[in-house]
Ligand binder design. Structure first.
Ligand code: BES
Ligand code: MN
Ligand code: ZN
Length: 503
């Protein structure tokens, strides 16, 4: 269960933990000043008796409440100067303070965000909503396989944000909360172990989650895939006892609009051993997250349906398990993709591009989309290049790139543009087939080659972007708004892309 969030004008009863913002130079908000007065000046006193806490963003300080108080503690959070404060800074502060109070075992917290004078870039209700969003995102837990709750773990937790105007704060928070629900679904999917989440069960979960929300869900099973000619995708899955699936999701929010739909395509390799080109054993368990792109697409569809997005959107995920076995595809195999292009397999570990190739072909043929954006944990090389702060973005269309860049700024999910080009497409031309799935030795630029391979499956004139999220789909350390492992990266980015540019 995640944090329950509400907005109120005044402090409700039964609160055990208070949170108050402090601005640069230790300026207290009016509500904190009032509290200080009623607590006999201990807040000011404690602030003065130390030097470290100055109201800088990211700082935190706990003040123990006086003996006779029903409230146990007040946590002060630094928020810099209000003028500099943006949505991301509020979310990070909200996430950090949630982690801090959660560690000390709270059950009902209240946060003062009622400072009318604080207005900078953000209005007071915006500030309140983003602080709450940060706390909500950080409160995510994946505990379904723990047979016992942690000793002393709190029961249901709630956070009441004291702010005004209330209607405005709730209106700003509403779409954020719906984005968080999509992020949580994406994180849940990414965190499921590969013995539980495999193509068939993944498809079942998608139907169970999305059909009740009004998303139509079509599952293409391996027999239909054979009939239709998904030869590249099927080759990747053929070594596994768990056959592949393609799931097509359709949100029809555009009503009478005659505009073509938007399409989002996700790599859903539920476990990537590398196949016959097997990976080293150390850290191979990470490859249970190799479906992070598909998870983001499913989470996005959930958010769009929850907030009833006013546009038509297709989500398509290619699901397969990449296993070595006596039936597995081999290096040297030549396979025929759905597009008709033949592919020489030179490394069975470059499987994501094979799965995506067929889904990209299918979505363009079946829906003639306005834009195609695919998300994939495609290459280890993007982690070498960009680490864990930016996803690599490859775009063949300047308008789409500009829109993605704006969505990056609006959501805080960061992108760094990488090059596409004829030379990378040439790198994957084969002597014996139309294409090969890796470049020759010593070519370098592994992420760009991966993108170049995908570009062979994009129709002339089709606006398209490929997001390589290999460094972003999971995290080994807690982040301010995301506890460790599955992140749900991409849901908020694409939700903003759609809301701001295509509705
Ligand atoms: N799923 C991996 C990419 C990956 C690696 C994601 C590490 C996250 C962390 C992908 O299928 C893969 O194995 N790519 C190969 C491509 C190579 C064989 C051209 C890689 O990155 O080594
Ligand atoms: Mn691989
Ligand atoms: Zn992979």
């Amino acid at each position: 269960m995640t944090l329950k969030i509400g907005f109120q004008k005044t402090l409700p009863s039964g609160i055990d933990t208070l949170i108050a913002a402090v601005y640069a130079g230790n300026r207290l908000t009016p509500s904190a000043e009032k509290l200080d007065l009623s607590w006999g000046g201990i807040i000011r006193h404690q602030l003065k008796s130390q030097k470290k806490f100055t109201g800088k963003a990211g700082q935190m300080m706990t003040v123990t409440a006086p003996k006779n108080s029903k409230i146990a503690r007040l946590v002060l959070i630094g928020l810099d100067a209000p003028a500099a404060l943006d949505a991301q800074a509020c979310e990070m502060a909200g996430g950090r303070v949630y982690a801090a109070i959660s560690a000390s075992g709270f059950s009902r917290a209240a946060l003062f965000a009622d400072d009318e004078k604080a207005r900078g870039k953000l209005s007071t209700p915006e500030m309140a909503a983003h602080l709450a969003m940060g706390a909500l995102l950080r409160s995510y837990r994946f505990e379904k396989y723990k047979s016992r709750r942690k000793e002393g773990a709190a029961g249901p937790e709630s956070l009441t944000v004291i702010t005004g105007p209330l209607a405005r704060a709730r209106a700003v928070f509403d779409p954020l909360e719906k984005a968080a629900r999509g992020v949580f679904l994406a994180r849940d999917l990414a965190n499921e172990p590969p013995n539980i989440l495999y193509p068939e069960s993944f498809a079942r979960i998608i139907r169970r989650e999305l059909a009740p929300l009004g998303v139509s869900v079509q599952v293409i099973d391996h027999r239909q895939m054979e009939k239709m000619g998904f030869g590249a995708h099927l080759a990747v899955g053929q070594g596994s006892a768990r056959p592949p699936r393609v799931v097509v999701m359709h949100w029809r929010g555009g009503k009478k609009s005659k505009k073509a739909p938007l399409a989002f395509v996700g790599k859903g390799v539920t476990f990537d051993t590398g196949g016959i080109s097997i990976k080293p054993s150390a850290g191979m368990d990470d490859m249970k997250h190799d479906m992070g792109g598909a998870a983001a697409v499913v989470g996005l569809m959930k958010t769009l349906a929850l907030r009833k997005a006013k546009t038509d959107v297709i989500g398509i995920v290619g699901l397969a398990e990449n296993m070595p076995s006596d039936r597995a595809y081999r290096p040297g195999d030549i396979i025929r993709s759905l597009s008709g292009k033949t592919i020489e397999v030179l490394n069975t570990d470059a499987e994501g591009r094979l799965v995506l190739a067929d889904s990209l072909t299918h979505v363009q043929r079946a829906f003639k989309p306005r834009i195609v954006v695919n998300l994939a944990t495609l290459t280890g090389a993007i982690v070498v290049a960009l680490g864990h702060e930016y996803a690599g973005a490859f775009a063949n269309d300047e308008t789409l790139w500009k829109n993605l860049e704006q969505a990056d700024r609006a959501s805080g999910e960061r992108l760094w543009r990488m090059p596409l080009g004829k030379s990378f497409m040439k790198d994957v031309e084969s002597h014996v087939a139309d294409l090969k799935n890796i470049a020759g030795a010593d070519r370098g630029a592994g992420s760009c080659v991966g993108a170049g391979f995908l570009q062979h499956f994009i129709n002339e004139g089709q606006p398209w972007a490929h997001l390589d999220i290999a460094g972003m789909a999971w995290t080994k350390a807690d982040k301010p708004t995301c506890p460790r492992t599955g992140t749900g990266f991409g849901v908020r980015l694409l939700d903003r892309l759609i809301a701001d540019h295509y509705e």
